[in-house]
Design a protein around this ligand. Structure first.
Ligand SMILES: Cc1cc2nc3c(=O)[nH]c(=O)nc-3n(C[C@H](O)[C@H](O)[C@H](O)COP(=O)(O)OP(=O)(O)OC[C@H]3O[C@@H](n4cnc5c(N)ncnc54)[C@H](O)[C@@H]3O)c2cc1C
Length: 414
């Protein structure tokens, strides 16, 4: 395994372009989003900036090169995610729908399906969105459970050459699309006669078939378009089934692998921002004492411990995203560590930093608490660490041929 942590010239340019876009476009956008009370109105504020990001080629940067995009490695993805999530994780969640929703298409789609479902996201204009419709309002941790448990409840029934899909979906960004007629594609985890399956619905099949039952008013990630919807008699060609009937559990779990690893980069971004805020406060504020509070050992110790954790989170998320995108067999284990460790470390780090700032942090006008409200989502989104992610690690560890050194590339020879 070659190891280098020096950014290439291309990666330095990517970081500069991503940071510039984040600071000039996303920062002012987020100020407007924060002050808008209605969840739908504030999510729609993102659309013009979304279109600008598409025109600058960032969306193609999320599509792997073999499928027509320009994404070539996981570290590039980690750099983009961290820079954008530092200013607006909600924007990146909105933008990165294809990262999850196209996962099953890349894994098991036919060449015709790949071409049809990927093409809207290779555009250099407009604001195409994708939704991975897995979660349901009644729960998803046990989606693969068989009767008498409910498991996944959305179902698809064949009628001639079409699937007829009915059910309720929630939480996935952009389930109704910008205008209520659906995203460009919705990848739907559902029950068919042969088990859990994955079927892609396109916008023309979704239009008029989505009833929005609620716009969730999230405490953090305020610009996310997050809803509960009723899919009513969505009719989709039989040819939109991905893989075979019954492949849905594997395809769904795999779809969340890259996005799970990316949570490590989101978590790093929130923690990095909170650290800078607390650090500047500690250097500038004496709080009535003789010297800035950073001179107190207790304050400095927290800065030291939290900075070390942030560096570890970043490296793990780079490693995990690199492994997942390179389809390294150890990618799933690394992605799960990046997701669980990164998300829980971010909440711990920001909570510790809030304590060194003290009471000032509790004023919503002071810019640290909103990073905690964003970060608190990371242990529960993309599969909660309690209900989903640790169980996936348990399964990996339970395999008879599991090698604990393999994820580090240190398997013994011979
Ligand atoms: C901002 C945001 C974006 C999201 N984006 C998407 C998306 O794009 N697509 C999508 O489909 N979903 C999305 N989600 C939902 C997300 O993936 C959830 O993690 C998922 O719905 C599973 O939630 P859960 O694990 O809490 O499951 P639930 O089924 O709601 O379970 C609730 C809790 O019960 C306990 N539990 C249940 N069963 C078990 C068990 N067998 N073992 C141990 N504990 C158990 C756990 O504590 C679990 O957290 C998003 C959520 C957020 C907040």
């Amino acid at each position: 395994m070659a190891v280098s942590f020096t950014l290439s010239d291309h990666q330095k340019q990517l970081k500069a372009a991503a940071r510039s876009f984040a600071r000039t476009k996303l920062r002012p956008l987020m100020e407007r989003v924060e002050s808008e009370r209605d969840p739908r109105t504030r999510a729609l504020l993102l659309q013009p900036v979304f279109a600008e990001a598409v025109s600058e080629g960032f969306l193609r940067g999320l599509i792997p090169a073999p499928f027509g995009g320009t994404a070539s490695n996981g570290v590039d993805a980690a750099i983009l995610i961290e820079e954008w999530a530092a200013e607006s994780p909600d924007f990146f969640i909105s933008f990165a729908g294809p990262l999850i929703a196209l996962g099953p298409v890349y894994e098991a789609g036919t060449p015709e399906q790949i071409s049809r479902f990927v093409s809207p996201f290779l555009a250099d204009e407009g604001s195409p969105v994708a939704a991975m419709a897995f979660s349901e309002p009644t729960g998803s941790a046990n989606f693969a459970a068989e009767t008498p448990a409910a498991g996944i409840r959305t179902h698809a029934v064949l009628d001639g050459d079409e699937w007829v899909i009915n059910g309720h979906k929630a939480w996935a960004s952009h389930l109704p699309g910008w205008d209520g007629d659906g995203p460009e594609i919705m990848t739907i985890t559902c029950r068919t006669q042969a088990g859990v399956s994955v079927i892609v619905a396109e916008r023309e099949q979704l239009a008029g078939r989505i009833e929005v039952e609620e716009y969730y008013d999230l405490p953090g990630l305020r610009g996310s378009l997050t809803t509960r919807v009723h899919l009513k008699d969505v009719r989709v060609p039989h040819a939109n089934l991905i893989g075979s009937e019954g492949d849905g559990v594997r395809l769904t779990l795999n779809a969340f692998m890259a996005s799970g690893a990316s949570i490590g980069a989101f978590a790093t971004a929130s923690a990095r921002q909170a650290w800078s805020i607390a650090y500047n406060f500690a250097r500038e504020e004496a709080r009535g004492g003789l010297s800035p509070i950073i001179d107190h050992q207790a304050v400095s110790d927290v800065l030291a411990d939290t900075k070390g954790k942030i560096e570890a989170m970043r490296l793990l998320s780079w490693r995990a995203l690199d492994a997942v995108i390179a389809q390294d067999p150890d990618g799933p284990e690394l992605a799960l560590h990046a997701k669980i460790f990164g998300s829980e470390a971010a909440v711990e780090v920001i909570t510790a930093l809030v304590k060194i700032v003290g009471v000032t942090a509790y004023d919503t006008g002071f810019p640290i608490l909103h990073h905690l409200l964003d970060a608190i989502a990371y242990p529960i989104m993309e599969g909660s660490n309690t209900g989903v992610r640790r169980r996936q690690l348990q399964r990996i560890f339970s395999a008879p041929d599991y090698d604990p050194l393999s994820a580090s590339g240190l398997t013994e020879i011979g």
